[in-house]
Structure formats: C-alpha cells, structure tokens
Design a protein around this ligand. Structure first.
Ligand SMILES: Cc1cc2nc3c(=O)[nH]c(=O)nc-3n(C[C@H](O)[C@H](O)[C@H](O)COP(=O)(O)OP(=O)(O)OC[C@H]3O[C@@H](n4cnc5c(N)ncnc54)[C@H](O)[C@@H]3O)c2cc1C
Length: 489
C-alpha cells in the first residue's frame, strides 16, 4: 500500500502557531511558569522536527528560560540556531530578583516529588531519563537570580557542545528595527536576515546572514500591570501620574517594611498577590519553608497528611476543568473547597499553634496587619500551595481572635468584592488605598507599603505585536493553549 498514514504528535505546533512557520511560546498561553516554558519549548522543537526533519536553521527571539530551552534542543537535533535577545544577558528577567524563590517543582505540592527541585528529576522509578534538558541541581527552591545562574551555566555547557548555537544580546535601535522588519515582511517573502553588527555572546556565527526555516518567538509575556490611579482621598486624580508598585521580578521593599512593623496592602487575587501576602505575613523566604515549619509538629503533620489527597484531587480537577472551559470563574469551586479544608483544619488546636508560630511576631496588640484586597469573591488562578496557606492562615487567625491566641502576631484582613479606586500618597512615605465595596460603600486602608499584582497586560505580549495578531486570532487559540503540560520532557 502506498498511502501509509503517518501520525505525528503535533500539539506543540498547534498550540503555539501564530503565522506560517512562526510559533509563539507566550501569546495567550495559560500555564506559563518557568518550568512550563521550558517544557513547552522542548515539545515545540520535538514536534517541529517530527513534521519536518529537513529544515536546517531556526531563529529564536528572546533568551529567557523558554528561548534557551528551544535553542539548546534544536541545536542538539543538528539545527543551526540563532537567538536574539533585547537585554544584555539571557535570563534577564530573573537576574534582578534575589528575593523571589523559584523551583521547577515547588508548586506541585501536595505531590511528594515537589520536595526536590532537581531538574530533570532523577528518580528513575517515577521518571524516564531525560537528555539535554536544562539541569538544575538545587534541592530547595532557590532565588530567581540563582535559578537564572544555573540556567546560564547549563546553556553555556550546551553551547560548547554545539558550535552552531549562537546568542546575540543587546538587540536595540536599528538592529532591532531590522529584525522587526524581517519578522513583519522579510521572513514571509523568503528573504535573508542580515546578522551583521549583532553583539554576540561568545563566538558569533561564521555566516553573518540566515534564512531560518522557522521562527520561535520566546519574548515573554509582556508588561506587568502594577499600577493604580492616584487618589486625593475623595476622588481619582487622572491628571496625576499613577501609583506604580514594584514589578514581580524586581527586588522590592515589602519584607523590609513588614520586618519594621509596617502595614502592608496587597491588591490582586492571583498567584503573585498570594505570594506577596505570604512574604508579608511570615518570616519565611518561600512557602515551602512555611510548610516545613508546620510539619515540625507531629500532630499538625498528620493532620496535613490526612487532607493531602483531598487537596490534590481539588487541584487536579481545577487544572483539568480549566482545559475545557474559558469561564474566568473556573477557580471559584476549587477555592471554596480549599477554604473548607482550611476551616476544618483551623478547628484543631495543634494546627492553630503551628500556624501562629509561622507568623511574624509583633508587640502585643500592635495592630500591624496585612490587608489583601481582591475584586472577586474568591482567589483566582494560583498554585495550590499558596492558595491553601493563605486560606489556612486566614482561618486560623479568625478562629484565634476570641481566645486571644494570636495577639502577639501580625494580623490579616482579607477583603473580597473590593473595587480598588486608587492610591493616595500621604506624608512620611505612607499611603492610603481607597476602594468601593460590593454595596458601593467607600473603604480606605492605610499602608506603609502597597503591592499591586494585576498580572500581565495581555495587549503587550511581544510575540503578538511582532506578527500583528489580533484578539480575534487569539481567541481561536485558547483551547490548545490551556492544555496542561507534562512536568518534564
Ligand atoms: C506576576 C508574575 C508572577 C510569576 N510567578 C512565577 C513563579 O512564581 N514561578 C515561575 O516559575 N514563574 C512565574 N511567573 C512566570 C515567569 O515569569 C515566566 O514563566 C517566565 O519568565 C517565562 O519565560 P519566557 O522565557 O517565556 O519569557 P521571559 O522570561 O519573559 O523571557 C523573554 C526574553 O525575551 C527578551 N525579549 C523581549 N522582547 C524582545 C524582543 N523584541 N527582541 C528580543 N528579545 C526580547 C526579554 O528581554 C527576555 O530575556 C510569573 C509571572 C508573573 C508576571
């Protein structure tokens, strides 16, 4: 028979394709942790090579975790690869974050493998033996800066193995314009990209032009929205510059203010906001430390073990439902169920004692507090560990109020259905955050530090702008972009 049907695995291609032979790792994607981007990039290269093994060169725009993973995997498969990076170094986003902690598996709790951050995982009874993927050796979550350093170390080793793998940095000005023009028209009309004048990291390619078979846009998620309008105490001041909070991957002063007894207000209901709430409430560098502190008490540890499977099921169901629905309120159910688990646990004396020990100690009745203002009635998309710990602390503090068990600990005011109007700057580096509640009643919250975690402004995703994708096109891609990714490939 001549007509043999070939079946290709091509989800990687379908989920990332934005134009003929152009793939974007970021636009419209739903699961986008550092690890997700590494896995997504490697799947894309695997599928590209499966459908067309004969292409010989690849252009990658952006040298974050996703771009580096794509580049190394393509080079391993014998392709000539050029990566173009706008900043002075690959992994630039994480390079300026020495207080954020990351790890490829830290947010897979309550799965047991979440305790090791080694990548790829080395337990061959659970995982296959993966070749040529980024190798990370930290056992515990590490700072984003350390993570970036390990990624670079790995990538530099790969670069030595594959002489056809090149990275140009500091892409700006006329060089950036040249690349933009190539993405816009040159590639489509089968022209050659002129690589003259690029600043190469290490050795540049011998041939200073290329005709890539494919382009992978790995330029990230775009601009984070950390701003709120200025407010004068009565109304929004549109003519004044807005209040601008620190970006997520930037060293901020949140913990310093919390240590010094300051009140913290966090605005937002997603994972970034929950991470900041935990950094403000506890003295721990990351939530895995909080968990380990809770587990030091045998009784509390047993209570946590008892709810582990239930929490795991809630989380798995929520992630799977998200793949089959575009309903933005999909996290409502998971959040309610998780809160119910926290309510039950907060009824146990041992759990309350362990949780209270994790909280910042303050002078008796000092009144220092963390306020979380969220627009919805529930936490939005967030990792289970953060969601669970915030609910647990909230329920324990509620329960402890009457007995005075936590009088010498920082307080936590969780406000839902809050429409935040703006931030008023007071004298002495103090702030007031003004909101309307569900009944349109004005509420104001004093703060020494304000964190705004509104996530990414989706209109700024670089890949979309590079290929001029419209909202309409994006909507058609949503279902595949929400497919859960494997933990490692
Ligand atoms: C609020 C928030 C919280 C997050 N929390 C976590 C977390 O706790 N854990 C976690 O794992 N992930 C987290 N993430 C996600 C994480 O930031 C991303 O997964 C990761 O940065 C994506 O990697 P990337 O390589 O796709 O893109 P990026 O890391 O953004 O890298 C893109 C690269 O492309 C470059 N670039 C951009 N435009 C151009 C251009 N035009 N030309 C050339 N180069 C360009 C950039 O300089 C950059 O180096 C969070 C994200 C946000 C916004």
């Amino acid at each position: 028979m001549n007509n043999v049907l070939s079946v290709f695995d091509c989800f990687g291609l379908l989920a990332s394709k934005v134009a003929p032979n152009v793939f974007d790792l970021s636009s419209g994607q739903y699961h986008v942790s550092l690890r997700d981007q590494i896995v997504r990039g490697r799947l894309l290269v695997r599928d590209l090579c499966a459908v067309n093994s004969s292409f010989d060169s690849l252009l990658v725009v952006g040298a974050g975790a996703g771009g580096l993973a794509v580049a190394a995997e393509a080079a391993r498969r014998g392709k000539h690869v050029v990566v173009l990076e706008a900043n002075g170094t690959p992994m630039s986003r994480q390079m300026s974050a020495s207080r954020r902690y990351v790890g490829p598996f830290m947010y897979e709790w309550p799965w047991q493998f979440s305790r090791s951050q080694k990548y790829p995982p080395t337990d061959l009874t659970t995982w296959d033996d993966f070749k040529s993927c980024p190798t990370l050796s930290a056992v515990q979550p590490s700072t984003a800066l350390e993570f970036a350093g390990e990624m670079l170390k790995w990538f530099d080793k790969e670069s030595q193995l594959y002489p056809e793998l090149h990275v140009a940095i500091n892409l700006a000005g006329p060089l950036a314009e040249r690349v933009k023009e190539y993405l816009r028209t040159g590639f489509r009309t089968d022209q050659t990209l002129d690589l003259n004048g690029m600043s190469w990291r290490g050795n540049g390619p011998q041939q200073l032009s290329m005709k890539p078979g494919y382009i992978v846009l790995a330029a990230g998620m775009g601009a984070e929205n950390c701003t709120l309008p200025s407010h004068d105490g009565i109304q929004v001041e549109n003519e004044k510059p807005p209040f601008k909070g620190a970006m997520f991957w930037e060293d901020d002063a949140l913990q310093k203010h919390a240590e010094n007894g300051g009140d913290i207000v966090v605005v937002g209901g997603g994972d970034g906001a929950l991470q900041d709430v935990l950094r403000a409430l506890t003295t721990h560098a990351h939530p895995v430390q909080t968990l380990e502190q809770l587990e030091k008490c045998k009784d509390t540890s047993e209570e946590l073990e008892r709810v582990r499977e239930q929490l795991q099921t809630i989380d798995s169901q929520a992630r799977l439902v998200a793949g089959w629905s575009w309903d933005p309120s999909e996290w409502r159910v998971a959040d309610r169920l998780c809160r119910e688990v926290a309510v039950a646990l907060a009824g146990k004396v041992c759990v309350r004692k362990s949780v209270i020990e994790c909280l910042r100690e303050v002078g008796a009745n000092s009144g220092q507090k963390v306020t979380l203002l969220i627009k919805e009635a529930y936490f939005d998309k967030a990792y289970l560990l953060n969601r669970f710990l915030v609910h647990l602390i909230h329920q324990v503090l509620k329960h402890s109020k009457n007995g005075g068990e936590a009088d010498n600990r920082i307080g936590f005011d969780l406000r839902t259905d809050m429409d935040v109007q703006g931030v008023q700057k007071l004298c002495g580096d103090k702030y007031k955050v003004h909101c309307l509640d569900a009944e349109h009643v004005v509420s104001s919250f004093g703060a020494d530090y304000v964190s705004v975690r509104f996530g990414i402004d989706r209109t700024t995703i670089p890949g979309l702008q590079m290929v001029h994708l419209k909202g309409e096109d994006q909507r058609q891609r949503t279902t595949l972009s929400r497919l859960p990714l494997p933990f490692v490939v």
